[in-house]
Write a protein that binds this ligand. Structure first.
Ligand code: ZN
Length: 371
């Protein structure tokens, strides 16, 4: 189980944006690889803190995390939940340390992490799913237009930064010599520039190509969740790494089933006669039609629970149920003969309501449903 992001940063759920930033800054300094060379547990903490800040430091992502937990971001089903790499983390620092990170006693980007690599931009798509697809999980093949390195493009080392992707400047201050590093503005931090490229490629040697991407959707996803398919975003130029494909989940409404978490609800309408005599009816489920029996003498408002006929839980906690709500349909108009029949029954004691203890009230049934 993944550690709670608030715990990672050592803050409460109600922390303000400023408190979150401060807490992250503290952790980043404490566990920075330059301060803990060769210490893999410090590096792990450093990455964890960065991942936590990536989410909690963003209002939208934080709201999503508060609602859905970790699966809101890595899908819980093998969507590259490996967290952030060092490049992502260092690129986040400008925001936290106000640029010029590296002047404050660290040696700058990378440390032991080697050459900084540029990452391609992320792509975003929406995938619309039926309740049936969500219930059981599915695999979608989606056509995506992504930028790829055009055939025939070659790169050479950037002469401005000598391939390091950054330029460092030494300045003398009253505190001593300060070194500041910033991305090279000739190569954009890639360390490489274009040598040759075909005519149809853009300035970075990339061109748009349509590609079919296979996306595994785990069972139990919800509308508004986002899945990540690693490296299926746009390519970066040169030896950079591709961005990610972010997949937003949309749930199509179902004609007769309503979803509530992992449970499903179905409204069954039966006639007076069926309520009195009993009935056998076919209803929709996410795995096809199912025949159910309604006992004679059933009361309106009764809930039949079909165990395991709901949605598979996203975190693997089994399956929800299908709750069938029995509604007895009252005719809105009566002909003369029918009117006479009901008038006769009105004085029949057997037609007078006489609920027993076993005929639970509506509120008790609702209570039962959630127990
Ligand atoms: Zn450069």
């Amino acid at each position: 189980m993944k550690q709670d992001y608030y715990e990672v940063l050592g803050i409460s759920k109600g922390a303000t944006a400023a408190e979150i930033k401060k807490a992250y800054r503290k952790k980043a300094i404490e566990f920075h690889p330059d301060k803990n060379p060769g210490d893999s547990s410090a590096e792990e903490m450093f990455k964890k803190a960065a991942e936590a800040y990536e989410i909690l430091g963003n209002e939208d992502k934080r709201a999503k995390y508060d609602r859905f937990g970790h699966q809101a971001f890595d899908g819980g089903g093998g969507f590259g939940g490996g967290g952030m790499n060092m490049d992502d983390i260092f690129s986040q620092f400008g925001d936290i340390f106000g640029g010029g990170f590296g002047g404050g006693g660290f040696s700058g980007f990378g440390g032991g992490g080697g050459q900084r690599r540029v990452k391609g931009s992320n792509l975003r798509i929406r995938v619309s799913l039926t309740l049936e697809e969500i219930a059981n999980g599915t695999e979608k093949k989606i056509k995506v237009k992504r930028k790829v390195q055009a055939a025939g493009t070659t790169y050479k080392t950037c002469t401005t930064c000598n391939g390091s992707g950054q330029v460092t400047r030494i300045t003398n201050t009253i505190l001593g010599r300060m070194q500041t590093a910033s991305p090279c503005n000739v190569c954009g931090g890639a360390g490489q520039i274009i040598d040759q490229k075909p005519d149809d490629a853009d300035a970075q040697g990339l061109k748009v190509q349509e590609e079919t991407v296979s996306i595994k959707i785990p069972a139990g996803v919800e509308d508004g969740m986002q899945l990540k398919v690693t490296s299926k975003g746009n390519d970066a130029p040169g030896n950079g790494i591709p961005g990610d494909l972010l997949v937003a989940i949309e749930e199509k409404p179902h004609a007769s089933l309503q979803r509530e978490g992992d449970n499903l609800h179905y409204d069954l309408y039966i006639s007076y006669s069926e309520a009195a005599l009993g009935a056998s009816r076919e209803i929709d489920t996410v795995t096809g039609k199912v025949r159910i029996k309604v006992e004679e003498g059933v009361q309106s408002g009764k809930i039949l629970r079909l165990r395991g006929k709901g949605i598979s839980n996203l975190n693997g906690y089994g399956k929800g149920d299908l709750l069938v709500h029995v509604n007895v349909w009252t005719p809105k108009t009566l002909n003369k003969e029918q009117r006479e029949f009901f008038e006769k029954m009105a004085s029949d004691d057997n037609f007078k309501p006489n609920p027993e203890k076993s005929d639970k009230s509506f509120f008790e049934k609702v209570k039962d449903m959630f127990s």
